[in-house]
Design a binder for this molecule. Structure first.
Ligand code: URA
Length: 289
């Protein structure tokens, strides 16, 4: 039925209807009011009639007949045979492990991650963000996830937090464009930007972790520097960066020195003093180690 015909069919009903909302027009509706009402429905998106006969949805439902017989008890269905079915999360993690283990080098790992279909974040992100800097650098920085600028450019740590990170490491003579002992390698726990920069869910973290582990193996740094809580959660299984930062620990077979995330330092510049202490600790370890 064409929409115009539907409007015409409904008009007599609208004329008889009782006001249902406080702002409803008083009865009786003029044909012009009824038409305006129906056109308002069209504006709300109703663009199709779903039945040939108009239904008066404002009519009081018929009163239920009294003294209805008690409904017959419904028999319990027999218990279903137990079926072992891996939840989707397990399938996603198993697939990530398989792909990560099968990547013999960083280029293959990058391709496998980029094509990995199970992480929903990929659909909202503009770009896949893998890494920057020198693979094989003595220090590998692990951030959380790309933000807006990183998502636009497809590179980790290129926004304001990234500029601060560059300045922090430049202060100890290191950088992503440097070579040899002064080189840095930079990646994130997640390669896609979470919408509105929300925290990743445990399921997203779990499915991307096998890739992070393989990434660390293939980049082969001497030392890992996770920045912020999400990265610590990812590789150490612990949060609480205020207590973790500056304390050497171990994960993925590497010495690990957690540090404040540069975005946190932008919001809390007073903590830069602690971050400077952590950088000096790192420099001492690299010099002596
Ligand atoms: N914050 C991160 O943790 N990583 C980035 O790449 C950018 C901002």
């Amino acid at each position: 039925m064409a929409l115009r015909a539907w409007v015409q069919a409904l008009t007599p009903l609208a004329l008889r209807r009782k006001p249902a909302y406080p702002w409803a027009m008083a009865d009786p509706l003029s044909p012009a009011d009824a038409l305006a009402l129906l056109e308002w429905q069209i504006e709300l998106g109703a663009d199709e009639a779903i039945g040939d006969a108009p239904v008066n949805r404002y009519e009081d439902p018929a009163a239920p007949p009294e003294n209805l017989p008690e409904p017959a008890p419904v028999a319990e269905p027999p218990p279903a045979p137990h079926v072992m079915r891996a939840p989707d999360g397990d399938v996603a993690v198993a697939e990530a492990r398989r792909l990560a283990a099968g990547a013999p080098d960083l280029a293959t790992l990058r391709q496998a991650m980029e094509a990995y279909p199970h992480c929903e974040l990929r659909h909202a992100a503009r770009n896949f963000v893998f890494s920057d800097g020198r693979p094989g650098a003595r220090v590998m920085i692990l951030g959380e996830a790309p933000g807006r600028d990183e998502d636009l450019q497809g590179k980790p740590f290129v926004g304001r937090a990234g500029q601060l990170l560059d300045k922090m490491f430049a202060a100890i003579g290191m950088g992503r464009a440097q070579d040899g002992d002064n080189a840095l390698y930079i990646a994130n726990i997640l390669p896609w930007r979470p919408p509105q920069n929300r925290d990743p869910t445990p399921a997203e973290m779990a499915m991307m972790l096998p890739f992070v582990k393989r990434h660390v193996e293939l980049a082969a740094p001497e030392v890992l520097v996770p920045m912020g809580n999400i990265s610590c959660q990812g590789i150490l299984g612990r949060r609480g960066i205020t207590r973790l930062r500056g304390q050497w620990t171990e994960a993925l077979g590497k010495p690990v020195l957690p540090m404040f995330h540069p975005a946190y330092l932008l919001r809390n510049p007073i903590m830069k003093r602690e971050a400077w202490g952590d950088l000096q600790e790192l420099r001492t370890r690299l010099r002596d180690g």
